[in-house]
Write a protein that binds this ligand. Structure first.
Ligand SMILES: Nc1ncnc2c1ncn2[C@@H]1O[C@H](COP(=O)(O)OP(=O)(O)OP(=O)(O)O)[C@@H](O)[C@H]1O
Ligand SMILES: [Mg+2]
Length: 258
């Protein structure tokens, strides 16, 4: 089966600053492919460059078509769903309103979303701003699943969530991955171990490793070298070992505190 996404020599700059240099990888048409890497190495920028949200150069092929010169709205219409790092739900709107706004297709998959997220159905009249971090993450994921996407780009969905909620989000992603391939930026190694077949490791704006996620996680030296964490205690150490940045305070806040 040909890959759903092919990225070749992708570079991008934000405000004149090079944020990714030379990103090359492919995403198979099924399952979860993980993008890993320390804080600030260019994981989010890679996703934004694929979507055309930041100026980029290089080659991006989605489902056989070049999309590296296209505008974001065209790319999204081709069937790429985006679940951003900070979730970006409309806090003053209800859950139902957030979902309705996300409907792009003539026949949105409301039944699938309702089956995957019964809690959101119960909370359809609740303002999204009053949801916990985990519930907002489910809402953000639900918005992307409403449309008949052929690829989801999901950026750090478990960041800042309590362990129990991390498990719930991982379960939702696992279910979602049965219907659509997912490119998943994730730092939580147990989540990667559970979900991902392929792994792409980014460092300083470049891809420094690609291969089966299983093989990477089974190699403590490689995990230490590429990610700076110990594989055996990765779940807790991954967050602790990451270099703290001012914007990262929320990542250590209790789930739902934002
Ligand atoms: N809006 C911006 N303006 C200037 N520099 C930026 C901007 N956004 C990101 N950068 C820089 O680009 C580099 C890559 O950032 P990016 O957000 O892609 O990394 P990341 O791997 O997603 O990090 P994190 O793990 O913290 O989410 C970093 O050095 C960052 O400081
Ligand atoms: Mg990021």
């Amino acid at each position: 089966m040909s890959p759903i996404l092919e990225v070749e020599h992708l570079s991008a700059a934000i405000g004149g600053q090079q944020v990714i240099e030379d990103i090359t990888f492919t995403v198979p048409a099924t399952g979860v492919t993980a993008v890993l890497g320390r804080n600030g190495v260019g994981k989010t920028s890679t996703i934004k460059a694929v979507l055309g949200l930041i100026g980029r150069s290089g080659k991006v092929v989605f489902d056989g078509a070049r999309i590296d010169r296209e505008d974001t709205h065209r790319i999204v219409r081709r069937g790429i769903g985006y679940v951003p790092e900070d979730r970006e739900v409309f806090g003053s709107l209800t859950v139902a309103e957030n979902l309705r706004l996300a409907e792009r297709d003539a026949a949105p998959r409301r039944d699938l979303v309702a089956a995957l997220f019964p809690d959101l159905v119960k909370r359809s009249g609740q303002r999204a701003g009053t949801l916990s971090g985990g519930q907002q993450q489910m809402l953000s994921l639900a918005r992307a699943l409403l449309n008949d996407n052929r690829l989801l780009l999901v950026d750090e969905p478990t960041k800042g969530l309590a362990p129990k909620i991390v498990t719930e989000v991982a379960e939702a992603l696992e279910e979602a991955a049965r219907t659509v391939p997912i490119l998943l930026v994730e730092q939580n190694l147990p989540v990667i171990e559970r979900l991902a077949e392929g792994a792409v490791v980014v460092d300083s704006g470049r891809v420094v490793h690609t291969g089966p996620a299983r093989d990477l996680l089974a190699d403590p030296d490689a995990v230490q070298r590429l990610l700076g964490v110990h594989a055996d205690t990765a779940g807790t150490v991954a967050a602790a070992a990451a270099t703290p940045t001012p914007g990262d305070a929320a990542a250590t806040a209790p789930e739902g505190a934002k």
